[in-house]
Design a protein around this ligand. Sequence first.
Ligand SMILES: O=P(O)(O)OC[C@H]1O[C@H](OP(=O)(O)OP(=O)(O)O)[C@H](O)[C@@H]1O
Ligand SMILES: Nc1nc2[nH]cnc2c(=O)[nH]1
Length: 183
Amino acid sequence: MKIQVDDKEFELMIEYEQIKKRIRLIGIQLNVDYEGRVPVFIGVLNGSFLFLADLMKEIEIASEVTFIKVSSYEGDSSTGRVKKVIGLELDLRKRDVIIVEDIVDTGITMDHLLTELKQLEPASIAVCSLLVKPQSMQHEIEELDYVAFEIPNDFVVGYGLDYNGLGRNLKDIYRAVAVPSET
Ligand SMILES: O=P(O)(O)OC[C@H]1O[C@H](OP(=O)(O)OP(=O)(O)O)[C@H](O)[C@@H]1O
Ligand SMILES: Nc1nc2[nH]cnc2c(=O)[nH]1
């Protein structure tokens, strides 16, 4: 099935039923791994909002939930593009932290995020991502312990992920249809 989001055409890639199944399994794994602890789930806005909501319904252990945003702006020529964590309200010192993302693509965002959050001296940090693009990653993310789907290097929308701000509300995940190059 093909759909249009803004000026781009997309085709179905992962159905919601499949997403739900993977989330159920990750939830079971997290309940076991964090038994006896009270982890803090940190959703990275905006893209993670649907994933985190569905994931939390599978979590049976005591836990807290909060959200952060990663702002991105141009630094000077020596620093390049700078990313900064904003909106963190909880004290993470000695806490078990689980960062929840919609996608790890190049890994640049997650690399920045981990560097910044580690300075807050949590007891542990793990990353839980709905999607990962192994062929696109420029940073090794050792903390990437929970992954729902590994996908090829396609641009995707739906289930929280946007194209030009649109498409986050789509229930399934879609990939951009490759446009034959004009020669
Ligand atoms: O691994 P990377 O190449 O750094 O890409 C991953 C980041 O890109 C997306 O965020 P985006 O900046 O699009 O913001 P959004 O979540 O508000 O859509 C996604 O939510 C990750 O945070
Ligand atoms: N919507 C969307 N956002 C991204 N951010 C990094 N990679 C992607 C992607 O494939 N789709």
